[in-house]
Design a protein around this ligand. Structure first.
Ligand code: PLP
Length: 299
């Protein structure tokens, strides 16, 4: 089903889960606060589940008692961790055991390095996994174009709910997107974008190694942002504010956290919208903010 972005797909799925007597949905923590809001608006409670270098921790999921989970296995948002093969198998086994569902939010898989890429989770368990995609990261969020591939058992029900919400999404954008794909222009665009992001990621990684002593990236990093774990005791909000005074927008890890604050301080640097020279200027401002706040000077 074509949806008005993943946002509409998620709202539809939440409605369906509620009709099936779910009152909670597991979400990755750190994760996307906007999605938690959508889930809550739909009358469900988002339950935060910890994430590490291998993605969502399935043991915590099992212990949580939820029977549906929203996850970003290709490139965890915002840490960039890829869900390991072992966790993928565990996750599917969990869904079978609880008669539950996995919502696979595959919004930025296109940016994952080819050697790190794995087949979609949905290919392992099409009856348990709802696959969701979006053009928001690969083209533009303002297009509001997304899609859901649902298990057959859910499709007719979701179509019925959707029919009560709207008649469908604008067709012109869909036809244009199809043309971009058919002509190969989309493929070329993606390759260029991946190269660009790869270069920006390298710039950020080198910057962190040289200018932010003590900070480390949580995962290899594959999305258009880097999640930096800061040294214990670092005042993440003070760094965010010091950067902002220099017109540099970064966010603290707290912004992406759902549960009580027992995680190490962190910073998220988004580089999707900033090209080379702008990125260099932003990072220079961040280096000053880091030095001013922590007293740590470059390596
Ligand atoms: C984690 C995550 N999932 C999905 C999306 C796509 O959502 P939408 O298609 O509603 O813009 C985004 C934003 O681009 C995102 O950050």
């Amino acid at each position: 089903m074509i949806t008005s972005g993943f946002a509409q797909g998620l709202a539809l799925l939440c409605r369906e889960l509620r009709d099936r007597d779910h009152d909670t949905v597991g979400v990755e923590d750190p994760g996307h606060p906007g999605e938690w809001k959508f889930i809550a608006e739909a009358g469900l409670r988002p339950v935060g589940l910890p994430v590490d270098r291998d993605g969502i921790q399935v043991d915590a999921l099992t212990a949580s008692g939820v029977r549906a989970v929203l996850t970003t296995p290709a490139s965890q948002f915002p840490t960039g961790a890829t869900l390991s093969a072992e966790r993928r198998a565990q996750l599917i086994a969990w869904a079978e055991a609880v008669d539950g569902y996995i919502i696979e939010d595959d919004f930025d898989a296109a940016f994952v390095a080819p050697r790190q890429r794995m087949p979609a989770l949905q290919s392992l368990a099409p009856d348990r996994v709802i696959y969701a995609g979006s053009t928001s990261k690969v083209l533009a969020p303002a297009l509001r174009l997304g899609w859901l591939a649902t298990p057959a058992s859910l499709t007719a029900r979701i179509e019925r709910v959707r029919a009560g919400w709207d008649i469908g999404c604008p067709g012109l954008e869909q036809l244009t997107f199809a043309r971009l794909i058919d002509t190969g222009a989309f493929d070329r665009h993606l390759r260029r974008l991946c190269d660009d992001f790869q270069k920006r990621r390298q710039t950020v990684n080198q910057f962190v190694a040289r200018q932010m002593p003590g900070a480390t990236t949580l995962a290899g990093g594959s999305g258009p942002q880097a999640y930096l774990v800061l040294p214990a005791g670092c005042a993440e909000e003070a760094i965010v504010q010091a950067a902002r005074r220099r017109s540099v927008l970064v966010r603290g890890g707290r912004f992406y956290a759902l549960r009580a604050d027992d995680r190490p301080p962190a910073l998220v640097i988004g580089y999707a919208g900033v090209r080379g020279p702008e990125l260099a200027r932003g990072l220079a401002g961040l280096a000053l903010a880091y030095r001013e706040t922590t007293g740590r000077t470059s390596a």
